[in-house]
Ligand binder design. Structure first.
Ligand code: 5GP
Length: 179
């Protein structure tokens, strides 16, 4: 069923069930990769909160959880390329295995910035786990991006943590803009 958020119309793209199934597969891979490594899962707010919560419920290896916050869309439907460092990661990641948890990778600009910034702190490794990737939009290829739940078309999406004008984050599935 199509929905309206503020002035825009959206149609279903990925269901809640599909998301949960895919999260279990990714978590199984991470549990195998990080056995005996006690990784730090770092969520990139705000958009990651639902994905981070559901993913972490499926993680069975000992792990730590932390957050950082960046923003670049500023309420609209296209990236501004201007990254705001809203709050820094407050844990020491030196010699630790870091798993960054992102909602969506569009141009890759935000992730490129964050990976470079955290790499300076000398972690043992950095891996990125993203819920969504727009392969046709990527401008900054990121070799650390090894786990992607879904590749999606180069269109604006909301739901499951992602917003339009701060609305729609609470939806349990992903919806794409009807143009
Ligand atoms: P990038 O720097 O990769 O171009 O953009 C990354 C950020 O832009 C994401 O973390 C997210 O906040 C926002 N973004 C990119 N595409 C979308 C989209 O389709 N919908 C929403 N709601 N945000 C997006």
């Amino acid at each position: 069923m199509n929905i309206k958020i503020a002035d825009l119309e959206f149609e279903p793209l990925i269901s809640a069930e599909e998301i949960q199934t895919r999260i279990k597969q990714i978590a199984a891979q991470l549990n195998a990769d990080y056995e005996n490594k006690t990784p730090i899962f770092v969520g990139v707010l705000n958009g990651c909160f639902m994905f981070m919560g559901d993913l972490l419920k499926q993680i069975t290896v000992p792990c730590e959880v932390a957050f950082t916050k960046l923003s670049s869309y500023h309420g609209g439907t296209t990236s501004t390329r201007r990254i705001n460092d809203d709050f820094d990661l407050m844990v020491d990641i030196a010699n630790r295995h870091v798993v960054l948890v992102e909602d969506i990778v569009d141009t890759g600009n935000t992730l490129d910035y964050l990976v470079a910034k955290l790499s300076h702190r000398k972690p043992a490794s950095i891996t990125v786990c993203a819920l969504l990737l727009k392969p046709d939009a990527i401008e900054y290829p990121i070799e650390e991006l090894t786990h992607v739940a879904f590749n999606i078309p180069n269109e604006f999406v909301v739901g499951y943590g992602l917003d339009y004008m701060e609305l729609g984050r609470n939806l349990d599935g992903i919806y794409k803009r009807v143009v």
